[in-house]
Design a protein. Structure first.
Length: 163
C-alpha cells in the first residue's frame, strides 16, 4: 500500500524504538501488553526473541529494533509488546513486536503523510507506508504486513511450538 492509497483520516498507534517514532494502523493492533517473560526458541532468526502465552495461544515476539539494524531492545518500565495481526499468504497470524514505549493514538489526515523516501535501489523501504508529520517531527508509518519477508514469516511460524 502506497501513500497514494491513504485517502481518509486514519488512526495510528505511535511507539518509540530508540529515539525514532514509528506508527501502526490501529486496525492492525490487537492489544498492548506489559513486557512479560519471553520463552526463547532455539534456531530462530536473531530478531525473534521467543514466544509468549496469550490466553492459551502461542504468539511469536519480534524485536523490531534488531530487524531494523538497531541494538536489541532493553527491558525498562516502559517496554511493552504490541500484539499485531499480520497477513501472511492469505492467513492472519498474531505477532508480538517489542517497543521501547507506546506513545498515543493519533489521527492523521492524508495531507499530513508524505511518500516513503527512496534511498537507492539496494535499500528496501516497501515496509514504510509513508512519513507522517506530527508536531514538527516525522513518524514512520509501517506496513506491518511488509516489514517481514514471506521467508521471515514462514520461519517464525514454523518455529513457534504448538499451543
Amino acid at each position: 500500500m502506497s501513500v497514494s492509497t491513504i485517502t481518509e483520516t486514519t488512526q495510528y498507534l505511535t511507539f518509540k524504538l530508540d529515539e525514532e517514532v514509528f506508527a501502526l494502523d490501529v486496525t492492525k493492533v490487537k492489544e498492548i501488553l506489559e513486557y512479560t517473560t519471553v520463552t526463547k526458541v532455539p534456531q530462530t532468526p536473531d530478531f525473534m526473541r521467543g514466544v509468549i502465552n496469550l490466553r492459551g495461544s502461542v504468539v511469536p515476539v519480534i524485536d523490531l529494533r534488531l530487524k531494523f539494524g538497531m541494538s536489541a531492545t532493553e527491558q525498562t518500565i516502559n517496554t511493552c509488546i504490541i500484539v499485531t495481526e499480520v497477513d501472511m499468504e492469505g492467513e492472519t497470524i498474531l505477532l508480538g513486536t517489542l517497543a521501547d514505549s507506546v506513545q498515543e493514538v493519533n489521527d492523521m489526515e492524508p495531507d499530513q503523510i508524505e511518500a516513503a523516501p527512496h534511498i537507492g535501489t539496494r535499500l528496501n523501504t516497501d515496509f514504510i507506508k509513508g512519513m507522517g508529520k506530527k508536531d514538527n517531527t516525522f513518524v514512520m508509518i509501517l506496513d506491518i504486513d511488509r516489514v517481514f519477508s514471506s521467508g521471515d514469516l514462514a520461519s517464525i511460524k514454523e518455529s513457534a511450538p504448538p499451543a
